[in-house]
Write a protein that binds this ligand. Structure first.
Ligand code: ATR
Length: 268
């Protein structure tokens, strides 16, 4: 049996153990995966202690992704770009390796949904950890441009600086022909909507909200009031990032994502 856990605070409602158990069933792997509550003060020492004991790997969720980045001995390029780690792997060669699988998780889900990014104009809303965590992987798919809109423009401008395919939105007028809108803000948590023009949301073919919920998220509900684009929530991304973590830990093929999404959806 290989041992894993997910660190977070709060953590009681994490679906990660369920998801990883479903993956393990696909391969016949023997896995133990549990939730681990931590605090800002004991996160680092708890990670060290549990890896000393028997952990093969761990997931890291809010609010510890930045701390996990700092304590990893080596990090992947995605994690370096994001300044955040959601996956820790005990390795012989590199000590504690920190990866960020959120971006690939999003790409796996977009692929599943037949959303092709190449040559497309994309609007990414938000410039916090969630947006930073997916930018590199989105760029790898060769979109024509990623417009980056954030409530606080300076953060979007900092992320776009020196990257020709990323443009910070300061005025909406040049932003046209957007075919994919991705909401990477936490605005929904406060019942807010990001200040993006309705016309832009209404004319996009696809809307993707990284948030997920049992019913439509506030952002998706808003879009569905004004138009009928294809709308997807972030549950597929959650399962996708887990699948990539699983692949890293077990050094196996990517687990099947689709059936697991259906099974988690039934639990929401
Ligand atoms: P995360 O790791 O989830 O991205 P974060 O780093 O705190 O968390 O970033 C949250 C993102 O959601 C930011 O882009 C934030 O905008 P600001 O940079 O202007 O704070 C955005 N956000 C949060 N609440 C919002 C709201 N009510 N309206 C619009 N954007 C919001």
């Amino acid at each position: 049996t290989k041992h894993f856990c997910v660190f977070g605070n709060p953590i009681a409602h994490s679906y990660s153990p369920f998801i990883h158990e479903l993956f393990a069933n696909q391969f016949g792997h023997a896995l133990s995966y549990r939730r681990q509550l931590a605090t800002e003060y004991n996160f680092a020492s708890t990670v060290a202690r549990l890896f000393r004991q028997n952990l093969t790997g761990a997931n890291v969720t809010l609010p510890f992704k930045q701390q996990a980045f700092r304590l990893a001995n080596t990090v992947t390029p995605e994690a370096r770009d994001a300044g955040a780690v959601n996956t820790l792997v005990a390795t012989a060669a590199h000590g504690l390796l920190g990866a960020n699988t959120d971006g690939l998780g999003l790409l796996y889900d977009l692929k599943r949904l037949n959303v092709d990014l190449s040559g497309k104009r994309v609007l990414l809303i938000g410039a916090g950890g969630a947006a930073r965590g997916v930018l590199r992987n989105l760029l790898d798919e060769k979109p024509e441009v990623i417009w980056l809109y954030n409530r606080s423009p300076a953060k979007a401008e900092a992320l776009a600086a020196g990257r020709s395919r990323i443009k910070a939105v300061t005025h909406w007028q040049p932003v046209t022909g957007v075919e994919l809108v991705i909401n990477a803000t936490s605005a929904s948590l406060n019942g807010d909507l990001p200040a993006v023009p309705d016309s832009l949301l209404a004319s996009s073919a696809v809307i993707y909200d990284m948030m997920y919920a049992a019913t439509a998220t506030p952002f998706i509900r808003h879009v569905q009031k004004i138009a009928e684009p294809a709308c997807y929530d972030g549950l597929g991304m959650l399962v996708g990032q887990a699948a990539e973590s699983y692949r890293l830990w077990w050094n196996c093929e990517l687990p099947q994502i689709d059936p697991v999404i259906q099974q988690v959806r039934q639990q929401l």
